[in-house]
Write a protein that binds this ligand. Structure first.
Ligand code: ADP
Ligand code: MG
Ligand code: ZN
Length: 734
């Protein structure tokens, strides 16, 4: 069947309302309509769907569209029905979510020939009764969307995708079009081979996204960096990816406590909450979504301005797919990933015990990621080359390595020294151990092996252990060295490494790698050193602030602790806040408190800064979640916002009331204002509320609960006192 260009254009207009084709769409469609196989590689948002939707509508028979995402199927089908309004039967989907009645309807429409597009999940396609049914109808062609799912080398492997070819054979032959947005040469060849369409014409668009900026950052204090970055980009939408649910919850909470509107998204949340959070992001009620990789497939928000990877991803394919969600409208899109070698080791640990083949693949993918992160070359060029595309410019002008080139040196002697050391020992050792030997740093392990007596011990003592670790990383990345993951990461020399040792050549290494050894990760938020030890701030200023607090408390007839706690004053003496916004970043200071009592304090600080010509630090304090951190705080804040009863909130999170109250107290102590009046007025007698309230306002010397109970006496219920204390702190102190 041949359809001319004019007809295709008029159908494009008629069905979809578009005036022209995008990129290669027309060529691809003409090719498919003429009955030939096609392989389409197009970046996300390139317009792949149209490449099979339009042909399906103009060709005889029904097109079978295989797609992995049940949720997306319904959207796609609805969209098609929207375009071609006269008949809902024109498109259907077949997956496990359909009822008996719905299935019957689909079957009838298929057999009567009204259905032009049938979306199927691969699991449904393998069912015998479906295969039997499809045998009876005329198939125009098969479309395999998200075709990278076929390959173990992709980031989203689905074993059912492997069976597609045999099922197609069972149903009956028709042209095949495979489509994907991510494919390295390896994945490409997997797809073609597995679908048995080696002769398919390949349509490949460039994957370069010129508007995206790529940067890899040292993961020494990622939370702080992220908060700082978001504050510098107010009002912009962004996605932050983390590898674990726990981290997602924690980070979302931390951002909120630091005044950033963020919500979590991960597979552990119930479907309703997930949908709600996603909607609030799309509707721009919140700025940031913190998510595991589960988020983003199929959402189309064109103006995502940044994508941050809190953890380095497991593969560059995944990384590229996720960064691809930034700047789809062609506008700004900053892609920042945090990297520490420790994370690589962590990911390697997850692979231990997996089947060898899977481990090999995982290891390769991870190595590519590590090479990318540690490289000093243009990130764009590395990515394009990884996806099998030439990128010939030396400076893209939009990645960290191009904008801030790092100093390099020829490391052939250093690399040779490492290889010599490894080859000189009968056993294999870990990376740090080797680095210690060369740097001449002894420790118990080195002594036990008597490695401090080796000839090469200290042979590289001009450099630090850190330096030698870096060079070994580079050796791994360049395939001179290899790490055995199963065997605790012992380092071997490869054939390529031995060859290099025999005939060394120039290898340019980065001089000062900025990457630190570890990162805060599972620990508490790092707070400035000064605070941990206490008294590291400006002592003169601190004394002045305390005096001001004392004067002001007399004037306002409020206890000093109600104005600002000592931690807040200490923070002020470190960061010199001179605006209300800056003041809000101090411990225990929320919006309300900063506005209510802050004016005099910032005036005093501003004057002090000016008179003493103090350079204010370009720094700020990250408010911590409080310990022990729980992932419940965000839920609690939102629940109280929606005026849920405390019993319901506690039940939803499996907490005792006592535990819930403690959580609420921590939230309030961090400076967040909560309005519990709706609950208190229903559960505590008005007079009792007034009495407790007055005690805190007039008599209390601190917010101590013990003192309050002693003072108020046994007639008062501790739970009620705590509730009113929260109310008081929120109304007067916060
Ligand atoms: P992909 O599957 O490649 O990520 P989609 O098929 O979802 O991309 O298309 C992305 C967007 O481009 C959609 O909003 C779609 O309506 C739009 N689009 C596709 N083809 C055209 C066209 N020829 N003209 C204008 N917009 C188009
Ligand atoms: Mg698509
Ligand atoms: Zn570059």
């Amino acid at each position: 069947m041949a359809i001319d260009s004019k007809t295709l254009h008029s159908k494009l207009k008629e069905f979809f309302g578009f005036d022209s084709f995008k990129g290669d769409q027309e060529k691809i469609i003409a090719h498919l309509v003429s009955g030939k196989d096609a392989f389409v590689l197009m970046p996300t948002g390139g317009g792949k769907s149209l490449c099979y939707q339009l042909p399906a509508l103009v060709m005889d028979g029904t097109a079978i569209v295989i797609s992995p995402l049940i949720a997306l199927m319904k959207n796609q089908v609805d969209a098609i029905r929207g375009f071609v309004a006269e008949n809902d039967g024109i498109a259907h989907f077949l997956n496990s979510s359909l009822s008996k009645a719905q299935l019957t309807e689909v079957r009838e429409d298929l057999l009567s020939g009204v259905t032009k597009l049938l979306y199927v999940a691969p699991e449904s396609l393998t069912k015998a009764e479906n295969v039997e049914m499809l045998k009876e109808i005329k198939i125009s062609f098969y479309a395999v969307d998200e075709a990278h799912c076929i390959s173990e080398w992709g980031h989203d492997f689905r074993p059912e995708y492997r069976r597609i070819r045999s099922i197609i054979d069972a149903i009956g032959p028709a042209p095949i079009i495979a489509l994907t947005a991510t494919a390295t040469p390896k994945v490409q060849s997997d797809i073609l081979k597995n679908l048995g369409i080696q002769d398919a014409k390949v349509f490949k668009s460039s994957f370069n996204r010129p508007n995206l900026y790529y940067e890899i950052r040292d993961k020494s204090d990622p939370k702080r960096d992220i908060i700082k970055f978001i504050r510098q980009n107010p009002g912009k939408s962004g996605i932050i990816y983390c590898l674990s649910r726990k981290k997602v919850e924690e980070l979302a909470e931390l951002l909120n406590i630091n005044g950033i509107k963020a919500l979590p998204y991960h597979a552990g949340l119930d479907a309703k909450t997930r949908a709600e959070n996603q909607d609030r992001f799309l509707m721009e009620e919140i700025d940031v979504i913190v998510a595991t990789i589960a988020f983003g497939m199929g959402i189309d928000k064109p103006d995502v301005r940044f994508v941050i990877h809190y953890d380095i991803p497991k593969s560059l394919e995944g990384y590229y797919q996720e960064t691809g969600r930034a700047g789809r409208d062609g506008g700004e899109g900053k892609c920042i990933a945090f990297y520490s070698y420790k994370d690589i080791v962590k990911l390697e640990k997850f692979m231990q015990g997996k089947p060898v083949a899977e481990q090999e693949i995982g290891k390769q993918l991870l190595l590519e990621t590590m090479a990318y992160a540690e490289s000093n070359q243009c990130r764009r060029k590395l990515l394009m080359n990884y996806f099998g595309e030439d990128y010939t410019y030396d400076n893209c002008g939009s990645c960290d390595n191009c904008l801030n080139p790092k100093k390099q040196f020829d490391g052939q002697e250093e690399m040779s020294l490492i290889i010599e050391l490894i080859e000189s020992m009968p056993e294999h050792f870990k990376l740090e151990h080797l680095a210690n030997i060369l740097a001449g740093e002894s420790n118990a392990l080195i002594k036990s092996y008597e490695h401090d007596k080796l000839e090469l011990f200290g042979a590289g003592k001009d450099h630090s252990v850190r330096f030698w670790c870096d060079v070994i990383h580079q050796g791994i990345v360049r395939h001179f060295l290899e790490k055995d993951i199963e065997a605790y990461g012992l380092i071997h020399v490869t054939d390529k490494g031995r060859e290099f040792y025999e005939h060394p050549y120039e290898i340019m290494l980065t001089e000062e790698r900025q990457f630190v050894d570890g990162e805060d990760d599972d620990d508490e938020i790092s707070v400035q050193g000064a605070k941990a030890g206490g008294g590291g701030g400006d002592q003169v200023l601190l004394a002045m602030l305390k005096e001001l607090r004392s004067d002001l408390s007399k004037k306002l007839h409020l206890q000093p602790w109600i104005l600002f706690g000592d931690p807040a004053l200490e923070d002020m003496s470190i960061t010199y806040p001179v605006t209300v916004d800056e003041l809000k970043n101090c411990q225990g200071v929320g919006e309300g408190k900063a506005r209510k009592y802050g004016k005099e304090f910032i005036a005093l600080i501003a004057k002090y800064v000016e008179e003493n010509e103090i350079e204010r630090p370009d720094d700020f304090v990250v408010k911590s979640i409080g310990n022990p951190s729980s992932a419940n705080k965000l839920f609690i804040i939102q629940g109280i916002d929606r005026k849920l009863s405390l019993e319901d909130i506690a039940a939803a999170k499996g907490l005792e009331m006592e535990e819930l109250l403690t959580e609420i107290e921590t939230i309030v102590a961090s400076g967040t204002k909560l309005d519990l009046d709706y609950y208190i007025s229903q559960t505590v007698d008005d007079d009792v509320v007034d009495e407790i309230y007055d005690y805190f306002k007039e008599e209390a010397e601190s917010d101590s609960l013990q003192d309050a109970m002693d003072e108020l006496g046994p007639d008062y219920d501790e739970f009620e006192v705590r509730l009113v204390r929260i109310k008081f702190l929120c109304e007067v102190a916060n």
